[in-house]
Design a protein around this ligand. Structure first.
Ligand code: PNS
Length: 160
C-alpha cells in the first residue's frame, strides 16, 4: 500500500527550512503532497498561484512530491484526498503550542487524522517565511535562506 502524507502551509515563500522538512518526509512516506493554503482573509506577499509555481520549480525532479493548493478547512481537503497524515515542522519548543492547537483541532474535526512532527536541521531553527520576507524587503542577501529561484523571485517582487 502506498502511504501518502500532506504537508500543508502558507509557503509565503518556500524556504530552505520547508525543503528540509519535505526531504525528511519523503524518507518516511512514498508520496507527499505539499498543499498551499489559499487564504482569502490574509494578504500574502505572493498569491497562491505564485507560491505554487515557486514550489513546483524548486521541487522539479522529485517524482514522489506533488504540489497542490487548498481553500477552507485542511480536514476537508484531507477527506477529499482520502489522506489522514499531516506533516508539520517543529523548529523549537515555541512552535509547540500553536502546532498542538492546530493538531488537536484537526483531530477533533477528523478523528482519523494523525499529525507527524518533523525537526528540521538546526541550521534552519531560526528561519521563518516572515523573516525571509522582512530581510528580503530590506535588501538582505537571501542565498542561505531560500533556493536561488525564490531569491530571484523575491528580488523582482521588491523591485516593483
Ligand atoms: O505555514 P502556516 O501558515 O503555519 O500553515 C498553517 C496551516 C495552513 C497549516 C493552517 O492555518 C491550516 O491548516 N489552515 C486551513 C484552515 C483550517 O483548517 N483551520 C483549522 C485548523 S487551525
Amino acid at each position: 500500500m502506498i502511504k501518502t502524507a500532506v504537508y500543508p502551509g502558507s509557503f509565503d515563500p518556500v524556504t530552505n527550512g520547508h525543503l528540509d522538512i519535505i526531504k525528511r518526509a519523503c524518507n518516511i512516506f512514498d508520496r507527499l503532497i505539499v498543499a498551499v493554503l489559499v487564504n482569502p482573509n490574509k494578504r500574502p506577499l505572493f498569491g497562491a498561484d505564485e507560491r505554487v509555481k515557486m514550489l513546483k520549480t524548486v521541487l522539479k525532479g522529485n517524482r514522489n512530491v506533488h504540489v497542490d493548493c487548498f481553500e477552507g478547512l485542511l480536514v476537508d481537503y484531507l477527506r477529499k484526498k482520502k489522506i489522514n497524515v499531516v506533516i508539520r515542522g517543529l523548529r523549537a519548543v515555541s512552535d509547540l503550542e500553536y502546532e498542538f492547537q492546530i493538531g488537536h483541532i484537526n483531530r477533533s474535526l477528523y478523528p482519523r487524522v494523525e499529525t507527524v512532527f518533523l525537526m528540521p536541521s538546526e541550521k534552519y531553527v531560526y528561519l521563518t517565511a516572515s523573516i525571509v520576507r522582512e530581510v528580503s524587503a530590506l535588501g538582505g542577501d537571501m542565498r542561505s535562506f531560500v533556493p536561488g529561484h525564490v531569491a530571484r523571485t523575491l528580488k523582482i517582487k521588491f523591485r516593483k
